[in-house]
Write a protein that binds this ligand. Structure first.
Ligand SMILES: Cc1cc2nc3c(=O)[nH]c(=O)nc-3n(C[C@H](O)[C@H](O)[C@H](O)COP(=O)(O)O)c2cc1C
Length: 329
């Protein structure tokens, strides 16, 4: 069991926040495949303070979504605290503080990964958010601003202090901020954090694409759980595969959707998006998912080409029917 404050999960995996992806549709699919805790993409704290934002279909939390977490980004403790309170009021069950985002426009304002340069502020924000809400609070953090080992000092300091303040969980993405998504995630560093603070709840993130490998990383590191990110884009079934691997299944026993099932999942995903966005937007927005979905199709290149050409919902449905309609396509 994975415990994040009062949120108790049967399985040791969650869905990592994914800006531009982890909307209600992606979260719903994750849940259907057995992911018990999902997160929406990061929100600027200033924006999250505006309650009317959460009347929009894509931001509204529905009754069947719990538990669901929100993540915020910012440098002002008051604003972060108010944002957390607003998110709690509109129904989110967990607040994650983003100390990891490597986007230059975020770093320029001292936000996200730049928090690794300001440990005192990172802790101050946590304390203020803790005072503002009654739900679990987590932090997503990278292992240093730059790659040099002396740059890791602030990572250790922030983690040590957050743990002393009883943070509910820390999710570590063991790359430096300056690395963005390049190079390999250093899971040994995450394992070292867990080794140093065995009583803290530590989740791992980074290079989690394939179920057997994910569970190997989880077991080898001794961490409490993993946060699946890119590995679930266009492959929401990864959560069911993780459960299968944890249940001891091997090889063909591990769930793998047939082409027809993939088609049904893709269609279900699109139908959810078509309710969240205008048709034109939903088709274009869906392309980044489709580019990954088609990797599991035997005629990957052809399917990719066709799917990318669809401009309307009906065109998309037709193409999906054509390529995914039969078991033997
Ligand atoms: C397109 C994209 C958007 C992301 N958005 C967020 C985000 O909003 N908040 C966050 O903490 N991490 C975000 N991440 C980081 C992921 O949650 C994850 O930590 C990272 O991708 C490493 O895991 P992976 O290699 O298994 O994908 C994002 C990553 C990508 C690729």
């Amino acid at each position: 069991m994975l415990k994040i404050g009062n949120i108790k999960l049967e399985q040791p995996f969650i869905q990592s926040p994914l800006s531009g992806y982890s909307d209600r549709a992606m979260r719903t699919l994750a849940r259907q495949f057995g992911c018990e805790l999902t997160f929406s993409g990061v929100l600027l704290a200033k924006s999250a303070c505006h309650r009317p934002l959460f009347n929009k279909a894509n931001y509204r939390i529905t009754d069947d979504e719990h538990p669901v977490g929100a993540q915020i980004l910012g440098t002002e403790p008051d604003v972060m605290a108010l944002a957390a309170k607003t998110l709690r009021d509109v129904g989110y069950d967990c607040i994650c503080l983003n100390y990891a985002c490597p986007a230059p426009k975020v770093l320029r304002r001292g936000r996200g990964g730049a928090m690794l340069k300001t440990p005192a502020l990172a802790i101050e924000i946590f304390k203020r958010v803790r005072e503002a809400v009654d739900c679990p609070i987590t932090v997503k953090i990278r292992t240093g601003f730059g790659k040099a080992s002396e740059e890791q000092e602030n990572f250790w300091e922030i983690c040590e202090k957050l743990i002393a303040e009883n943070i509910d969980a820390i999710t570590v993405h063991p790359r430096a901020v300056t690395q963005a998504y390049r190079g390999k995630a250093d899971w040994e560093l995450s394992a070292k954090l867990k080794g140093k603070f065995p009583h803290a709840t530590i989740l791992g993130s980074g290079d989690l694409f394939e179920a057997v490998d994910v569970i190997n990383k989880l077991k080898a590191s001794g961490l409490d759980g993993v946060a699946i990110a890119r590995g679930a884009i266009g492959a929401p079934w990864i959560y069911r595969q993780l459960t299968d691997v944890l249940d001891g299944k091997i090889g063909d026993e591990i769930y793998s959707p047939s082409v027809k099932e993939q088609g049904e999942i893709i269609l279900a995903h699109y139908e959810m998006l078509s309710k969240l966005y205008y048709v034109q937007k939903s088709v274009k927005y869906f392309r980044k998912f489709l580019a990954n979905y088609c990797k599991a199709h035997p005629q990957r290149k052809k399917v990719h080409r066709e799917l990318m050409m669809a401009n309307t919902g009906d065109e998309l449905r037709e193409i999906i029917k054509e390529f995914y309609g039969h078991e033997d396509t």
